[in-house]
Design a protein around this ligand. Sequence first.
Ligand SMILES: [Ca+2]
Length: 208
Amino acid sequence: MMRKTIFLAIQMLFIFGNVACFGAGPIEFDFEQSEQTWFVPDWAISQDDCVCKNAILSAVQPFEGKQSLELQCKFPGNKWTGAVVEFDGQMDLSGCKGISAEVYLPKEVNSNLLLGRFFFTAGDKWSFIESRNTTQLKPGEWTKISATFDTTNPKGTPNWKFKREQGNLQDNIKDIRRVGVRIEYNANEWQAGAPYEGPVYIDNVVIE
Ligand SMILES: [Ca+2]
């Protein structure tokens, strides 16, 4: 019941929030009151290459305010792995220009192979739509990651990867079902880095 109430409250927020993208202000997740239904999805918990199994509110390293979202990660460093969190809530993002978030890597991360990227799950075919662009994350610093929706481009949304039969971001922009952030350790057998077990922080996710 509690979860349903929270879900309805979020839905209401985004009915209002949709208007925001047409000029009244951005949609923001600041993690000051709650996780705002950001969590590690079941599919990531069950996948070996997804190395974050839990996300919690934390007061250790806020970008702004008093709290941020802490991803509890365990990167082996010798192969590709990712830490995934998703926002669960159906949204119409038409009129919005893009998304950004602040990501903090602790200075103990001894590697320059970590990247940040956004993805969406959208439409009644649950299309998986992933940003082609990544942003390199720097240990000991907050880094802003961002992606533009580019939905007015007559050629579609070339900066996003998708399955042709499921439609691109432009086709699905009125029916976004999940918003995801993935922190990727871009290692492979030719390019390895130091292992890292510890937190990565996310704050100020903004859709505008
Ligand atoms: Ca915050």
